[in-house]
Design a protein around this ligand. Structure first.
Ligand code: HEM
Length: 292
């Protein structure tokens, strides 16, 4: 596809790599050689050639992660390729280079449906899952501003894998450089990915999960509720409130740290009352008297 001679072509871009072709070929060969040993540098940045990285494996042996050849023109990974449209790395984009890392997200593809051989007509496909801090600045930005645009992050056409133009027209073109960097306009037909549904969901962060598990642990550790109204200042309202927080026993109250008390704070005045009436001190006193 990249070398089709009859296709219309454009002048080569002027962002040629700083290294000579000879050096680039040398590094590429070294890359291929080291690749055969089973190592890969997935942290390459496209823009400049990178030296091999030496790492020490678990047995203390030094191993080489291959050098990476610069690919500023996109002759190795075309700028139109999905992985380059969606993460230009250090390469220039319509947004400059420095914002790219802020767009990164965690991804996982999950297949669904039976094997083709088992049920040829059954519904099957791929669920694309991504985890990010901001749906707008990460997933939506990548999909709408870069993948769907023919001119961003570079003017080489829409992302061939996931780019949409708002119509169901499957006819598209992307620009792919030949070995010299001249861009060829390549038409292709058919959509490779047909989105059928989508959804946004909230997933709690690690701190949120810790907080939830803390309440579960508290609840599990105290199977038998005790009558906390023996503590001065805890009436039916605060009794209910504390039970809602998983606190139903004297030892739970007695063992609360200052940080944990702080976290109980809400609009009900519970923390203020607990401090003013020294619920924790009273609880400690009662626990001591039970044990005596
Ligand atoms: C069904 C649809 C999709 C398929 C089949 C697909 C496929 C792939 C493949 C094969 C790779 C390279 C291997 C890898 O890093 O995992 C990749 C990378 C990537 N994809 Fe997708 N993808 C899809 C949808 C998306 C969507 C919707 C987004 C974002 C809006 C996205 C963002 C990315 C990113 C950020 C990378 C990493 C690029 C890099 O750092 O090199 N992908 N995808």
């Amino acid at each position: 596809m990249a070398h089709a001679p009859h296709l219309p072509s454009e002048a080569a871009p002027d962002d040629a790599p700083p290294s000579s072709n000879k050096a680039a070929i040398g590094i590429l060969m070294l890359t291929i050689f080291l690749d055969l040993l089973g190592f890969q540098n997935n942290n390459f940045q496209y823009q400049f050639s990178e030296a091999p990285v030496i790492v020490t494996d678990h047995s203390g042996n030094e191993r080489g992660i291959p050098a990476t050849a610069a690919d500023a023109r996109g002759t190795i990974v075309p700028k139109a390729a999905h992985i380059r449209q969606i993460n230009p790395r250090a390469g220039q984009s319509d947004r400059g280079a420095e914002v790219h890392p802020l767009k990164l997200m965690l991804r996982r593809g999950v297949t669904f449906g039976p094997e083709m051989e088992d049920e040829p007509d059954a519904e099957r496909g791929l669920i694309f899952l991504s985890y990010q801090t901001s749906i707008v600045n990460q997933f939506l930005f990548l999909q709408s501003t870069w993948a769907n645009s023919a001119n961003a992050p570079a003017s080489v056409g829409r992302d061939p894998l996931i780019g949409q133009d708002g119509s169901s027209n499957p006819k598209r073109t992307i620009k792919i450089p030949d070995a010299t960097g001249r861009l060829n306009v390549c038409p292709f037909h058919g959509r490779w990915v047909v989105p059928t549904a989508g959804g946004y969901f909230f997933a709690p962060g690690i701190e949120g999960l810790r907080e939830l598990s803390r309440h579960v642990l508290i609840a599990q550790a105290s199977p038998e509720p005790e009558d906390l109204s023996q503590i001065k200042g805890i009436g039916p309202v605060f009794l209910k409130k504390l039970a809602g927080l998983g606190i139903t026993r004297f030892d739970q109250l007695a063992n609360l740290t200052e940080d944990e008390v702080e976290k109980l704070d809400d609009d009900s005045g519970l923390v203020k009352r607990a401090r003013n009436e020294d619920w924790i001190g009273q609880a400690r006193e009662l626990v001591r008297s039970f044990r005596a």
